[in-house]
Design a protein around this ligand. Sequence first.
Ligand code: NAD
Ligand code: MG
Length: 399
Amino acid sequence: MLNSLVILGASGSIGQSTLKVLRQNPGRWQVLALTAAHSVDTMLRDCLEFSPRFAVMVDERAACELAERLKTHGAATQVLSGADALCEVAAHPDAHSVMAAIVGAAGLAPTMAAVRAGKRILLANKEALVMSGAFFMEAVRHHGAELLPIDSEHNAIFQCLPEAIQRQPGFCDLAGAGISKILLTGSGGPFRYTDIGELTKVTPAQAVAHPNWSMGAKISVDSATMINKGLEYIEARWLFNAAPEQIQVVIHPQSVIHSMVQYKDGSVLAQLGNPDMCTPIAHALAYPGRIESGVEPLDFFSVGEFSFIRPDYERYPCLRLAMVACQEGQAATTSLNAANEEAVAAFLAERIGFMDIARVNETIMTALGRSAAGSLDDLIALDGMARAHAQQLIKELAR
Ligand code: NAD
Ligand code: MG
């Protein structure tokens, strides 16, 4: 069915914004499945509102609780549990589009299941693409899946590309289309003006308080270290078949320009809007049409002045690491991504300091960045190895 949607990671920030967009467009989409790790209250409320055929809880106890509570409400939603059930609903024959909004490498298997089933993939889960790169893109091509970027920058770039390229951006010839550069904008996060010497002392609460965007905890910390922009650099490399020298990071503190495409005739096309993920979500849901997103229209008389700053790699060592990883290749990006997930979790648990994140990332990438990366299985094994090494290092740093 053309309007049948699976939302992986429904209880998270992107999942909830997706449901917000659906509320703006009642009757237009049918939710086939909602999935979450363990947030029973949120899932119960959303299942009662959207009546999905399936609800998946990764955690078995949470699944039992959700099933019980849905039963008392007389709801017909079938509750499934476990990570395999995520893949089952993502590849379900009745699903047309799959919102891939699980955070981290945990999203790879279900997103790949949707790709292999030839679905329209609304890709928020950048870590899945960063850890699997060419394998992911080749599977998209081989299985005839359609990839629409949700990450606001990539969605903006997508909107600024010629229509012919939009149909298969991962295999396009940017230079052949007259494109000289992708300009990837980023706000610089909450610490862009903090003294570099003070960064060792910042707390998780300060790091997750993003000045312009409201997001999940992991990506908020990633924005503070700017590895988020680095992961997006790698994401852009794959989504748009861009060579590293065709991508430039530009700090734009206002977060109104969401990214730009520079053409060889001197034209620069940009996509602008208020910083709210409902806009890219609405764009991808309706593509090539346009629908209401519920986002306030941009008022140019109140946005003030725009500024642009060159990134400072002393302040943002993780951004440089990711750019180096992109040059080095798949093993480097996979090990960096895995190390970063472990380091961010340890920082959020107050086990290591903010600047230790870069230290863990660099050490693991240096140790494992040249490992075997000839198959998806190699990458999954490398992801596990990088996490084990990172956990060991975190233990030492936490002493
Ligand atoms: P979040 O932490 O708010 O939500 C994550 C979702 O994934 C939740 O539904 C959670 O239950 C589920 N989940 C977590 N661990 C899981 C596991 N092991 N197995 C299955 N499900 C699991 O995260 P978010 O901010 O919504 O981000 C989701 C993805 O979208 C990330 O990859 C992020 O980089 C990307 N993204 C987010 C934003 C944003 O504004 N939030 C913007 C651009 C890209
Ligand atoms: Mg982004």
